[in-house]
Design a protein around this ligand. Sequence first.
Ligand SMILES: *[C@@H]1O[C@H](CO)[C@@H](O)[C@H](O)[C@H]1NC(C)=O
Length: 188
Amino acid sequence: MASQFKVVLIFTMAVSSFLSSSVAQQTCSSYTFSNNKAFNSCTELPHLGASLYYTLAPSSDTINVAFKAPQSSDGWVAWGLNPKSTKMVGSQAIVAFFHSNGSMIAYPTQLDSYAPSMAPEDLSFPVSDMAAEYVKNEMIIYATLKLPGGSTKFNHVWQEGSSVANDVPQAHSTSGGNIESLGTIDFQ
Ligand SMILES: *[C@@H]1O[C@H](CO)[C@@H](O)[C@H](O)[C@H]1NC(C)=O
């Protein structure tokens, strides 16, 4: 009797972990972007409900990316690569939010300290075709990046904050998922 119970339990656990992994996968790959934008790969990031979509160019030195995360219309989202270190400082990021004129904007900014200016500035590598959208309570950043250093593997960071003042994203929360939102990604 006891061993039968154990078998049922293991089976149940196996089915539920299978279900949850396939549901997670479906969530990212079944998403339809506006304007027929499509990406070869996607990954559900482990914090902040975010996901990253990307297509590596055949030359392996350029990617088209979309970063998507839940946010209220008052907040901001950001994603970036950190070519030289891990964590926030040194990250080459793109941030998006609603400008006070009512348009969503996206621009590059370097996170050079734990209190960065968040002002628009060039990154350490070329970035182009930046755009942002707000769809069903999610902010989406689009960009094309020329990958630095001949690698496809990077440390990356992502973030969200609840407020923007005078068109400057304000500090994010420093607990929970907001301090765990970093990792490595291989675009290959
Ligand atoms: C809002 O401001 C941004 C940044 O200056 C600009 O790119 C965009 O065109 C503006 N949108 C409108 C509707 O004025």
